[in-house]
Write a protein that binds this ligand. Structure first.
Ligand SMILES: O=C(O)CCC(=O)C(=O)O
Ligand SMILES: [Fe+2]
Length: 330
C-alpha cells in the first residue's frame, strides 16, 4: 500500500483560507486542520508493505480507581530530566503510565474515535480534541496532577493551565507529520508551553513515533525559512537544513508507558505509519499560568478560539476551559 501523497495543501485548505497569507483565522474545524496539515509533509512515493503493529498492551485494563490513583500520584522528576528538557527542549520519561492504564485509555479512545469518525479511513490522520469535556477517563488524563505536575516541573513554572487535549490517530499508511515547532501553533505570548505525548501502545520505528530535533536553539537554525501553506517546501527545507548543520534527531521507539514532553520551542516530526495498526497517542498541552494570547493569531493556530473561548487577541489566556492543572512538585 502506498503512503498517502499527491494531494496538495491548497485543495485541503478551507475556501476561506485559500487567498491571503498566514494572518487569518482558520476557517474549518480541527479535523480539517489536520487533513490540511499532513499534506505539507514530504513523503516518498514508493509503495510500501504494511507490517503488523505491536498490538495493545496485553494486560487487563486498569479499573476506574487504579486509573484515578495513578494519574493523581506525582511522578518523581529527577534533576537530570529537568536539565535535559532545558537543554534539548524535550524529554522522554519511562513508566509515566502503567500498561494497565494505557490499555484502559486505548480501549476508551477506540470507542470515542468510532463515535466521532466511524470506521478508520486508511491513510488519514484522525484527530479528536477536547475529549475531557465529556469523557471521565479523558478528563482524568487532561486534569491529571501527575501529567500536569510534570509539565509544571519541566517548565519550572509554579502552575500551568490546560490549553487542550487531543487524540492523534495516524491510520495505517498515513504519511509523515511535517517538521514544525508548536510555538507557531499556540497563539500565546510565551514559549513556556509543553505537550505531553502519551502513546496508547508501544510505538516502534515503522509506526511513526514522535521524533525530536535536539536543542533549544534549533529554532534559530531555521528561522529564515518561509512557511509554505500549500506545499511541502517548508518541511523539505527544514529537513535539509538540519542535515546540513548536523542537528541531532531523536527518532527512537516508545515503550508502553513512555511519555514524551516537548516544549513549544522543540522542532519535531513523525514518520509514516507503516503498520496495520493505527498509531495512537493522547497529546495534552499546558502553558504557564499568566500567559497572554498574541495580538495576531494565524491560520497555523487552527481552532484556538475553541480552546480559549471568549478570550480576545492580546487577552489573558484564561477561560473556564483552561483550569490550573499542574503545580511543580520538585
Ligand atoms: O502525533 C503527531 O504525529 C504530531 C503531534 C504533534 O505535533 C504534537 O503533539 O505537537
Ligand atoms: Fe506539534
Amino acid at each position: 500500500m502506498a503512503v498517502t501523497s499527491g494531494i496538495t495543501g491548497n485543495e485541503k485548505l478551507p475556501e476561506g483560507n485559500r487567498a491571503g497569507g498566514l494572518e487569518q483565522d482558520w476557517a474549518g474545524n480541527d479535523q480539517d486542520w489536520w487533513d490540511w496539515y499532513v499534506t505539507l509533509a514530504v513523503n516518498e512515493q514508493t509503495p510500501t508493505d504494511l507490517v503488523d503493529g505491536p498490538g495493545l498492551p496485553d494486560v487487563a485494563p486498569a479499573s476506574d480507581d487504579q486509573l484515578a490513583r495513578e494519574l493523581a500520584e506525582p511522578y518523581v522528576l529527577h534533576a537530570v530530566s529537568i536539565e535535559a528538557f532545558g537543554r534539548e527542549a524535550f524529554v522522554k520519561l519511562p513508566g509515566v503510565l502503567s500498561p494497565a492504564v494505557v490499555r484502559r485509555l486505548a480501549d476508551r479512545l477506540e470507542v470515542l474515535l468510532q463515535a466521532e469518525h466511524g470506521n478508520h479511513v486508511a491513510g488519514r490522520f484522525t484527530a479528536l480534541e477536547q475529549m475531557w469535556l465529556h469523557d471521565d477517563l479523558m478528563r482524568a488524563v487532561a486534569l491529571s496532577p501527575r501529567i500536569g505536575g510534570l509539565a509544571a516541573g519541566l517548565l519550572g513554572e509554579p502552575g500551568v493551565r490546560l490549553y487542550h487535549d487531543n487524540a492523534l490517530s495516524k491510520e495505517p499508511g498515513c504519511g509523515r507529520t511535517p517538521w514544525h515547532h508548536d510555538a507557531e501553533h499556540f497563539p500565546l505570548q510565551t514559549v513556556q508551553a509543553v505537550t505531553a505525548w502519551m502513546p496508547m501502545s508501544a510505538i516502534p520505528g515503522r509506526m511513526g513515533p514522535l521524533s525530536f530535533a535536539r536543542g533549544r536553539g534549533v529554532r534559530e537554525e531555521v528561522a529564515d525559512l518561509e512557511f509554505d501553506k500549500v506545499g511541502t517546501s517548508y518541511d523539505e527545507a527544514v529537513a535539509h537544513r538540519f542535515a546540513e548543520r548536523d542537528v541531532s534527531v531523536e527518532a527512537g521507539p516508545f515503550a508502553v508507558g513512555d511519555v514524551s514532553f516537548h516544549s513549544a520551542l522543540c522542532f519535531h516530526t513523525a514518520g509514516p505509519n507503516l503498520t496495520t495498526q493505527p498509531r495512537r497517542a493522547l497529546a495534552t498541552t499546558y502553558f504557564a499560568d499568566g500567559a497572554r494570547v498574541v495580538e495576531s493569531p494565524t491560520l497555523i493556530s487552527g481552532t484556538w478560539r475553541d480552546f480559549l473561548p471568549g478570550v480576545q487577541p492580546g487577552g489573558l489566556a484564561v477561560s473556564e476551559l483552561n483550569p490550573l492543572v499542574g503545580r511543580a512538585h520538585t
